[in-house]
Design a protein around this ligand. Structure first.
Ligand code: ZN
Length: 111
């Protein structure tokens, strides 16, 4: 299972605690924006897939931040979308850079 967005295991090469904390906060904002469910399941299957302890939702970078040309999109909310593990696997760990469904990602809610 891929725990990329969870904080359970500290990776040896973390950039900084601040960056990590900042992403955790951004992730929460994305969860709220996407109604706490997998957007792909909602759009494609009209199904509500919520986070469970067994199946955490993934905060997916559509354009992978690991590629230099997309690095600046790491903090861009419209590059982030909540997906369940099954839908996340469709994008093959960032090898697929486009969503396979029609969806315009809304900006974050204003507080
Ligand atoms: Zn899904």
């Amino acid at each position: 299972m891929n725990h990329r967005c969870k904080s359970s295991s500290p990776r040896p090469k973390t950039k900084s605690v601040n960056s990590h904390r900042r992403f955790q906060k951004l992730r929460l904002d994305i969860i709220v924006r996407d109604y706490g469910e997998c957007v792909r399941c909602r759009v494609l299957f009209n199904k509500s897939t919520r986070e469970t302890p067994d199946q955490p939702l993934q905060c997916h970078h559509i354009k992978p931040q690991s590629l230099p040309q997309y690095e600046h999109l790491k903090w861009e909310p419209t590059n982030l979308i909540m997906l369940c593990q099954e839908c996340h696997d469709v994008y093959d760990n960032g090898k697929v850079h486009e969503l396979d469904f029609e969806y315009e990602i809304p900006p974050l809610f204003e507080y």
